[in-house]
Design a protein around this ligand. Structure first.
Ligand code: GRG
Length: 303
């Protein structure tokens, strides 16, 4: 992975996000500040990066990226909202994220809830606002399809669904077997990663067959990413990760490692990633080497 190029692209995404928030008017300063704090507290930005690089792989660089940028922003807002809500006292009760205080610790619990609500709604507002101004029917159709993919993957059959079963496993004594674990990982982690590949493809106007391949890549990368997250929770370093580690063991939580052990989990991260890479190689387009490297980086990451 070309780290310099990665950092440059992340910096560009940070600038785009910085400029995306509503302006303060009379009484909305605190809610907008809490949204901004949650999104701008750092983060690897891998979802918007995946979306952008997938789009560019099919469309080339230098085409109009206006709509793409709106979806990248919305995706990062939704990802941030999920982290803010996941950190709340009723969920993971976390005090630190990305090396900083979590939103509810900084602004109060009510604003943890409200910042998440505001981010989710603003994400959809930004997209629908853009769509309302589209004149070209093909562009509008693609945006509607991408909007649906985003909402579906963030919702009951995606991230919220996975998180719901995860919460039940902790609070309702639901027994977690492999089927339950797969459902949790597919939803809570893979859904948004998958949607990032697919939306990049839809906005670039790719054929249905390639969309199916992008879905397969996203699923593989998403699962590998979550297993790597489990590995980092068991073996990673708090300082590097910017959050507490060893949580899964403390909470006696079933993870991928509970089923296969650490060594097999490491091998499985590699094989899921290899599966994703071979799907990537089968796409009918000139390959984006940066995107290929990004997929590999996600399993080599230390945070
Ligand atoms: C509250 C609806 C709702 C959902 C929460 C995202 C999530 C679902 C829970 C967070 C806990 C967790 C381990 C989720 C798995 C996905 C994951 C590893 C998220 C962290 O993503 P990164 O590493 O975060 O991309 P950064 O900080 O880099 O943005």
């Amino acid at each position: 992975m070309n780290k310099e190029l990665f950092n440059k692209k992340v910096e560009e995404i940070n600038l785009m996000l910085e400029e995306s928030f509503p302006l303060y008017s009379r009484f909305d300063k605190k809610i907008i500040e809490s949204m901004k704090y949650s999104v701008m507290a750092g983060g690897k930005r891998i979802r918007p990066l995946i979306m952008q690089e997938t789009y560019r792989m099919f469309k080339g660089e230098g085409s109009n990226e206006d709509t793409l940028k709106t979806f990248m922003t919305a995706m990062e807002y939704i990802h941030s909202y999920s982290l803010v809500h996941d950190d709340l006292p009723c969920m993971d009760d976390a005090e630190r994220r990305r090396g900083k205080l979590t939103t509810h610790i900084k602004f109060g619990e009510e604003f943890g809830v409200l910042a998440g609500d505001a981010l989710l709604n603003t994400a959809y507002e930004l997209i629908s606002n853009k769509m309302a101004r589209m004149r070209d029917i093909d562009e509008l159709r693609a945006a509607a399809k991408a909007f649906n993919v985003l909402a579906y993957n963030a919702g009951v059959h995606g991230m919220v669904g996975g998180q719901s079963l995860d919460v039940q496993s902790e609070k309702d004594d639901l027994e977690v077997g492999r089927n339950e674990l797969d459902y949790i990982y597919d939803g809570k982690t893979a859904a948004l990663i998958d949607a990032s590949f697919v939306i990049g493809g839809i906005l670039a106007g790719v054929k249905d067959n390639d969309i199916k391949i992008l879905e397969a890549i996203g699923k593989g990368v998403g699962i590998a990413f979550q297993i790597q997250d489990d590995i980092l929770d068991a073996t990673g370093d708090e300082k590097t990760l910017g959050k507490d580690v060893g949580n899964d063991e403390k909470l006696d939580k079933k993870t991928y490692l509970s089923f296969v052990g650490l060594e097999q989990a490491k091998k499985d991260v590699v094989s899921y990633t290899e599966g994703a890479l071979s799907a990537f190689d089968s796409l009918e387009c000139e390959k984006n080497e940066f995107l290929r490297d990004l997929i590999v980086y996600l399993i080599d990451r230390e945070k």
